[in-house]
Design a binder for this molecule. Sequence first.
Ligand SMILES: [Zn+2]
Length: 622
Amino acid sequence: MKLTKNAKIAILLPEKPTNREQFAAEELEKYLKKILNVIIDQNDPAVRFVIGGPNRNVIAKELISGENFAQLLTGEEGMLIKIAGNTVLIAGSEGFEDCQRGTVYGVYEFLERYLGCCFAGISTPNGNVGEIVPEQDVCVLEDSQYVKAGSDRPYRCAIVQYGDCAGNPDHGLNIPFLNWLSKNRYNRILTWCRIYDGWKKLGLIPEIEKRGIRLSVGHHDAVKQWLPFYGNEYFPEAYYQTHPEYYRLNADGTRFCPPTPETPWGQWVFCSRNQDCIEQLSQNLIRWISDNPVVDIIALWPMDGKYEQCCCPKCAPYTKIENSAYFLNEVAARVAKVHPLIKMDMLIYTNMWEHPDGLKLSKSLFCDMSTWAYTGLRTCGKPDGSCLINTHFTDTLMKWKNNGSEVAFYDYYMCVYSGRQRLIPMADEIQAIWKYFKEQGILGAGTQLEAFHLWNHLINFYCFGRSGYDNTLSLEDNLDKIAPMFGEGASYISEIVKIMEDIVDGQATIGKTPDYFMSNIDRDLFYNLYEKALACTTDPRCRNNIRMMRMVFRYSDLEFHDPGHNQKFSSLLEYEDHSGELAYMATNFDSFTHNYTGYGVAFPLSNKDTKNFHPDKWYMFE
Ligand SMILES: [Zn+2]
């Protein structure tokens, strides 16, 4: 088949399309118009695009029987692309609770695999950066078939906030960010209640829903949301006043005091054995879940920090994790009677860690283990995955799993906030870790990942989503897939990434790795390779993408060598910045500080004085 410029095409949906199938068709049309300026003609098309498999769309039966289809797409989120004569069939798995995400993925896979697109970069309205969509005169599509039978791991989660706490969810990059997640195979967002509420007010929930992305809601806000101290828009009762006994008894005989701006946290604040508290929280959750059907996991987490637990006679005989596991288990079982498909996400984190002996866990409980234990953060960067595999993290997680719970990890492919968004090259461990998850029946992982810093950690985030969906993809494969982003310079970018990845090899914890990396590199080597990449690349957008990659390295270098580097953590720091270059980056490119769109890159500094810095070619975006 030849797909030519200005061709008449039809996009044929199922008789009753779901909103995911509708979205897939809209995306296909949008990109085909950009690439080939196609004209929609449903009656007399030269090429037909059929969306949905044979049990969804009768026209698909011309290309494949229901039986063959089911034999090919055996798991959830699978996809089939079949090109035959003048017809292209794009279909996702059928018969699974997967929101037809495979159909959406199938459209993006078709555009990448057959039409030369690349969706690894994030696009902003401010500059000519991000994804590659090549205009063409003609595409020749031989009869062929591409099948991915199903996703290799079902839980590929972005843990989203807008700063070192929840932050302000009204960000100009929200839609590009959701697009990026969907294109790169993230199927879930875990976030704070106040962010979810903010998204509701901004009208973003339908945008999330139509991409088939599921939501886990709660985080460190969970207590305040579902058993509020002073009431909230969902639950007007001020439980701290009406039922102080719901909250933990302190050693001095007082009850836990609700947080203030000075002491915002409190960790596990309940009296875990108070049955009325368990019942009230369960009833509140049951009602809230009914009103928020797009949320299928409740992240019923403690608040942050490390605090003593309830010392009442019923709680005192048990450890803090025994008490909280008992409490969540009870809540999960009660909620499951009304909402059997809802999972209760229990955070295993810092000093709430060890699996309690003898407790049988509810099937509705979901154990979410942070890679931040009582011993601190894990190390990172060994290509065999052994910074996580067969460590006390996986050993402990398997104990939780072996006692009846579904399990996943909460990980940090952006480092943590004290890493200040410096480079952390840890992508070469990702494939091995995902393969291990599959072997062990670990559902997957989430990584902290924000709307405003995709370029800072682009390779990590890309590999996380893509290799999580398809475990056969190595770092090398993923670098090949993103090569169109960098045009002729792609081999240099690939070389840079590989050298960086080789330097980071488990020497430091995640929190210390960005500093370890900057202390152990030949800076000139990298600057020379970026020079070569830019010099040989012709397409302005690819040149700009190379500039984005180099800017993150440049920021990491300048920040690390600035005397301000070792200040106590604060979301924004003032640096000496004698050249003004850091301020130049922050004022012209950053997406972190003011929630304006910027470039999808974060420079968390408050410097505004660019002094006499004259931007060189690395800042001259075309
Ligand atoms: Zn108690």
